[in-house]
Design a protein around this ligand. Structure first.
Ligand code: ARG
Length: 399
């Protein structure tokens, strides 16, 4: 029998997909479950896949690879979709797509499958990713084909005699990894409704956050965070620790009506304490170490980069090219940033860098000033020349 490799989360959709793929496509199902920081108990998920009829259930801890290869490049780019979403879900899909194709080749499978619906972004990210890496593989999305409601899925699971994953907590659809939690559906579908407190798992409410602010100091080397409060940490511990500390102060809640690639506006809640803090800190350091022109151009690159990631184009040539520019831009983004965490806000309160372009002797209004103000009128005379010329020839502008 030919084989399919299914991206398996352990939830209802992907569990039902196992017997469904066997029944409708006659395929032998191998599941792949990836831990990107979201799974406590991989063994239970593995057993569930086997009970649902998988011939083989593989699990993979890809947390380090996720941070090094996907999250940190996006952080260096300051990639945040529509100025709000740090792209946790979007960044994970190309990595999962990559491992699906690897397993498919090892196992001699002719297809991969995922549990995405037909109206989201994730299907695009998987399909385009697999298409880029292994165009010979067929991609099957059972959940976009079967047209079953949740109740029908449960009934189907019962008919197939497979265990139904425990009742979902609440009505929400949640995806999470080290870089953030994405929550949608249920009452959140009304954009006028304030998100109920129950949707949050990593962050305290402003009301429940400590009255006293906390401070955190983050060291960066060439654009990458390497230490918290002077203690050098591996990416994994650094991000996990920052999620904990910032989340405790209610930092990282995002309420976003976003534009999906498929043309739908959708209301999504995110929790990304570490992401919010690290992007703010990283930008503050860039403000010290990059020139005005580098900053202006890089801001445009950040937007473009975020669009590419969101729209499933991680493996595009343009994303690679932009990443090369971003890497080059980070040569001197080394130094420390100090932030205050308080009642839902992360505020940069200090920054320093051995490569800082900030010069006190130029900026100061006090003693020690080395700026020559007598040179200013000459500079302004030439700077304003085209405006004066045009005003003389064409009359006062802007009337
Ligand atoms: N809207 C986000 C994205 O497109 C998250 C999607 C997954 N969210 C979820 N709750 N399942 O990247």
């Amino acid at each position: 029998m030919s084989k399919v490799v299914l991206a398996y989360s352990g939830g209802l959709d992907t569990s039902v997909a196992i017997p469904w793929l066997k029944e409708h496509y006659g395929l032998d199902v191998i599941t792949l479950t990836m831990n990107l920081g979201n799974l406590a108990d991989l063994e239970t998920v593995r057993e569930r896949a086997l009970k649902a009829g998988a011939s083989k259930a593989l699990v993979l801890d890809a947390r380090k690879e996720f941070l090094d290869g996907y999250v940190f490049p996006a952080l260096k780019a300051d990639a945040v979709y529509q100025g709000q979403y740090p792209l946790a879900t979007a960044l994970s899909r190309p990595l999962i797509a990559f491992h699906l194709t690897q397993v498919a080749r090892q196992e001699g499978a002719g297809a991969i499958a995922h549990g995405c619906t037909g109206k989201g972004n994730d299907q695009v990210r998987f399909d385009v990713g697999v298409g880029a890496l292994a165009p010979e593989l067929k991609v099957i999305g059972p959940a976009r084909e079967w047209g079953m409601t949740r109740e029908e899925e449960v009934a189907y699971a019962q008919r197939q005699g497979i265990p139904i994953p425990g009742p979902k907590k609440g009505v929400y659809s949640v995806d999470e990894n080290l870089w953030g939690r994405s929550i949608e559906s249920g009452p959140l579908e009304d954009p006028w409704t304030e998100p109920p407190e129950e949707v949050y798992a990593w962050t305290r409410s402003v009301a429940a956050a400590p009255e006293v602010p906390a401070y955190v100091e983050i060291d960066f080397e060439a654009g990458l965070p390497v230490a918290l409060d002077g203690e050098r940490l591996e990416p994994l511990s650094l991000v996990a620790e920052l999620n904990r500390r910032a989340g405790e102060h209610g930092v990282g809640r995002i309420d976003h009506v976003e534009d999906r690639l498929v043309g739908i506006k959708s209301r999504e809640i995110y929790e990304a304490p570490a992401g919010v803090v690290l992007v703010a800190a990283h930008k503050a350091l860039e403000g010290m170490a990059l020139s005005k022109d580098q900053l202006r151009f890089k801001e445009r690159v950040a937007q473009e980069y975020a669009e590419l990631v969101y729209n499933g184009l991680w493996f595009s040539a343009l994303r690679r090219d932009l990443a090369a520019f971003v890497d080059s831009s980070q040569r001197f983004v080394t130094g420390s940033v100090r932030l205050r965490l308080h009642k839902g806000q992360a505020t940069v309160v200090g920054r320093k860098s051995p490569y800082s372009l900030y010069r006190h002797d130029l900026a100061t209004y006090d003693k020690g000033d080395t700026f020559d103000p007598k040179a200013s009128p000459g500079f302004i005379h030439i700077w304003g020349l085209p405006v004066r010329t045009q005003a003389q020839a064409q009359g006062e502008q802007g009337r």
